[in-house]
Design a protein. Sequence first.
Length: 91
Amino acid sequence: MAKASVKPRTVQVELPEEAFQHRTWKPQEVAQEMRLLWLLEEVRARRLGFGKAAELSGIPVAAFLQLMGQHQISPFNYDDDELARELGSDA
């Protein structure tokens, strides 16, 4: 099955100059970081699965899972009650 062509969307964001006082201004690096952070937040909000987010970010799933860990995002989709039931606890 052929993959459908995905048209990229461009988002323009204005950032204050002072945000770059302690950092080199490299637009491609900032864009990549913002893309990753946006995808991480989509996963955190459960609007996107981590496998798809890794694919969209262009990095291996294992690397994306490491980023999720660094941002305290669980790859498991359990709420507290579901987790308690799975663990056989009355918490």
